[in-house]
Design a protein. Structure first.
Length: 227
């Protein structure tokens, strides 16, 4: 084999398309290997265990934690809850929809929303647990408010988000299909998605209202200090 032929052969063997990582990505398989082995503290089951232990400790009140510690757990859960609501509703979502292609934005949100609603449900569950089991005389109004926040978060996580995402992907499949487009079916799915998205937005607004209402009550506890 001539030198030129050998160089062409070597170039073909080392071409980007033949690289196993590139080939896997081209085949839609993605890169499955991890960059590094996660430390124990980064494993999901460890985080869930720590979170559960915190909730249990808060539920038992001062038997495990001082009163200030229980209050801190409640405030931490509230801060994460309100922060995630405000960031997702007024910053992240609006920024992404303005700068990403529609289907890219939708697929990204399909990954983010289950985590967002799960976080909201976890935070409200912690707050409700503290009020129910650690507070000497929990105000009924706050129990209702935080309970509603938990209910709306679970409703979004378990019912509305899965249905909305399913309809969205059905529409994407028709839009990306080869051959003539079924415009009538696409229009029907677009309308259905709009309805479910509207329901989801309304529920999210309700969750935000409960968070603000509970925050106002928490702020009232600082009045004596700030006066």
């Amino acid at each position: 084999m001539s030198g030129a032929a050998r160089r062409r052969s070597a170039g073909a063997a080392a071409s980007p398309a033949s690289h196993p990582v590139v080939a896997a990505a081209a085949a839609g398989e993605g890169v499955q290997g991890e960059m590094l082995e996660p430390s124990t503290s980064n494993k999901r089951w460890v985080r869930l265990l720590v979170l559960s232990a915190t909730v249990a400790a808060a539920a038992r009140g001062t038997a495990y934690l001082p009163t200030a510690g229980v209050a801190f757990v409640h405030l931490l859960a509230y801060g994460i809850w309100l922060g995630s609501l405000v960031w997702t509703s007024f910053v992240a979502g609006i920024t992404m929809i303005r700068h990403l292609p529609r289907q890219t934005f939708g697929r990204l949100q399909a990954r983010l929303f289950p985590k967002y609603f799960a976080l909201s449900a976890a935070c409200t569950a912690i707050q409700l647990g503290v009020l129910l089991f650690a507070a000497a005389a929990p105000p009924a109004k706050q129990l209702v408010l935080v309970g509603l926040g938990l209910a709306t978060s679970l409703l979004s996580l378990l019912v509305v988000e899965p249905i909305t995402t399913k309809v969205m992907f059905q529409r994407y499949e028709l839009e990306s299909a080869a051959g003539p487009r079924d415009e009538a079916a696409i229009t029907a799915l677009k309308k259905s998605f709009g309805n479910w998205h509207g329901i989801s937005s309304l529920i999210n607004l309700g969750t935000l209202i409960t968070a603000i209402g509970h925050g106002w009550w928490l702020a009232s506890k600082l009045v004596g200090i700030l006066a």
